[in-house]
Design a protein around this ligand. Structure first.
Ligand code: ADP
Ligand code: MG
Length: 230
């Protein structure tokens, strides 16, 4: 695949505890085994922090010498172009899936070591149908061959089918859960939906934890492992 380079501003959270939690997440993902390479990230609701985690995880993996690509499969509400202040004309996933460009046109190199990206492209009216196409699974397989890790960011799973469709093409899933924002029932339902798609549940990240209210055992912004349910 040929790649053009995009310059992205650095949106890293300048927070020691968050960084440490992401490093733990990276280590845990690496220990899940060599066959876990394509990973879907989702959450029950919007704004729980999955795009942030997708980026920080990719950043940490890239830094450790792991060739990583982020795929923004949130065709409904892309956040990467705006958040990273990317300039210039970008071709994205929705254009590739609707036959407007080739796979190699949508892979961009970034200014972060070891991190490439596929942006979501313009909002399309039928994201779940686009993601269900053969061209999406072909892309995931091609990226799987080329990269050590393929991290796929998706819309929330509570009301939309997109993340489950993407999960069907992935080796593993990470569920991001905002502390004090998701009921146990909804979190279990999300986990079940991911599992039904045939993808292995790797664990959950508890995000935006209020450190004052919680036990000191948990790091400030999250931990990785079994879903902590309320
Ligand atoms: N651990 C965190 N602590 C505080 N704010 C956070 C944290 N993670 C994400 N955010 C903020 O929450 C908002 C939503 O994050 P984002 O990653 O876009 O969520 P999602 O992709 O799940 O919709 C953003 O403004 C982001 O900066
Ligand atoms: Mg997002």
């Amino acid at each position: 695949m040929t790649e053009s380079k995009v310059v992205m501003t650095d949106p890293r959270r300048q927070d020691y505890f968050y960084e440490e939690a992401i490093k733990t997440l990276r280590t845990n993902v690496q220990f899940t085994g060599a066959e876990i390479k394509t990973i879907v990230l989702t959450s029950c609701y919007p704004n729980e922090g999955k795009s942030d985690i997708a980026f920080h995880l990719a950043f940490e993996m890239g830094k450790m010498g792991k060739n990583t690509i982020i795929v923004d499969a949130d065709i409904r509400k892309s956040s990467f172009i705006k958040r990273f202040q990317v300039k210039g004309r970008i071709e994205g996933l929705s254009q590739y899936l609707s036959g407007q460009c080739q796979m190699e046109d949508i892979v961009y190199q970034t200014n972060f070591t070891g991190v490439d990206i596929v942006f979501s492209g313009p909002v399309a009216p039928n994201p779940s149908e686009l993601l269900g196409q053969e061209s999406f699974s072909a892309m995931v397989q091609a990226l799987r061959e080329k990269y050590d890790y393929v991290l796929i960011d998706t819309p929330p799973i509570a009301n939309l089918i997109d993340a489950a469709v993407v999960a069907g093409q992935c080796d593993g899933a990470i569920l991001v859960i905002e502390s004090d924002a998701v009921s146990r029932k909804i979190a279990i339902k999300a986990r079940e939906q991911l599992e039904v798609s045939g993808c292995r549940m790797l664990g959950a990240v508890l995000n935006k934890v209020d450190v004052k209210k919680t036990n000191k055992y948990y790091s400030k912004y999250g931990y990785y492992g079994k879903t902590k349910q309320k």
